[in-house]
Design a protein around this ligand. Structure first.
Ligand code: PMT
Length: 222
């Protein structure tokens, strides 16, 4: 597997869960550990690609040989992705991106004074923006974390966001997905659904890259 089949590719990978501050000491986050995105970064690097890893906070050791761009919020991740986009031949969005941010970030630590209502505003959809700016020869791969009707919601995301493929995770299944060292997925394109049964995230990263390289091959049109 560790042949140089990705040499010449510059892969931009996002990983981890973005955080949106409520006040100087609190944030809204999610359960992403960054393991899936880091496994993809390491696998692509080993296969000869240049890797730019845009990472939300994680407890992980950065994979060697990858350029790491640390970010915290969705806004920072978006800015970093758009800044590095012109270099990338392949974009893989494994990050769990906050869909909402508090409309107001309090300057001082909030006091506990009774019931609290927080006003949220939607964040930008980085994947949709990246797919809209795609130039010929560039592939955009998204992820989707779903808890019900996974295939239907995954297909909807693929079409709505304009990605070339979506790696669909059914995160309602015990023992895989968020934070685990193991995962299972369905690799969805416009006309295929490839089942990738439970395995380590390192193995799954290579399986995903195998299918991405299939998308690179010229297709026979009959
Ligand atoms: O990090 P781990 O602990 O290893 O867990 C891995 C994982 C389960 C987090 C990962 O494999 C995964 O599923 N990542 C995507 C999680 C997610 O945010 O899914 P989503 O369905 O909300 O988003 C769909 C896609 O749009 C994703 O590619 C996401 O990066 C992107 N997105 C979402 C919202 C937003 N504002 N901007 C985006 O670009």
């Amino acid at each position: 597997r560790f042949r140089n089949d990705m040499s010449g590719e510059t892969v931009l990978i996002t990983a981890g869960g973005t955080r949106e501050a409520l006040d100087p000491v609190r944030f809204l986050g999610n359960r992403s550990s960054g393991k899936m995105g880091y496994a993809l970064a390491e696998a692509a690097q080993r296969r000869g690609a240049r890797v730019i890893l845009i990472s939300a906070p994680t407890a992980l050791q950065p994979p060697s040989g990858c350029e790491i761009v640390p970010v915290t919020t969705t806004g920072e991740m978006r800015a970093a992705v758009l800044a590095r986009l012109p270099e990338a031949s392949l974009i893989i969005k494994a990050a769990a991106v906050a869909d909402y941010r508090p409309r107001i970030r309090e300057e001082q630590k909030m006091k506990r004074t009774g019931p609290l209502t927080i006003d949220f505003e939607p964040t930008e959809d980085i994947l949709a923006e990246v797919a809209a700016r795609k130039t010929p020869g560039v592939l955009v791969i998204g992820f989707a974390a779903e808890t019900e009707n996974a295939i239907a919601h995954g297909r909807d995301k693929l079409l709505r966001k304009g990605a070339d493929a979506i790696v669909l995770n059914d995160v309602s299944r015990e023992g895989i997905g968020f934070d685990s060292d193991r995962n299972a997925a369905t690799f969805l394109t416009r006309n295929t659904a490839i089942d990738m049964p439970e395995m380590t995230k390192r193995e799954l990263a290579h399986r995903i890259l195998d299918e991405v390289l299939v998308l690179r091959r010229p297709r026979l049109v009959l």
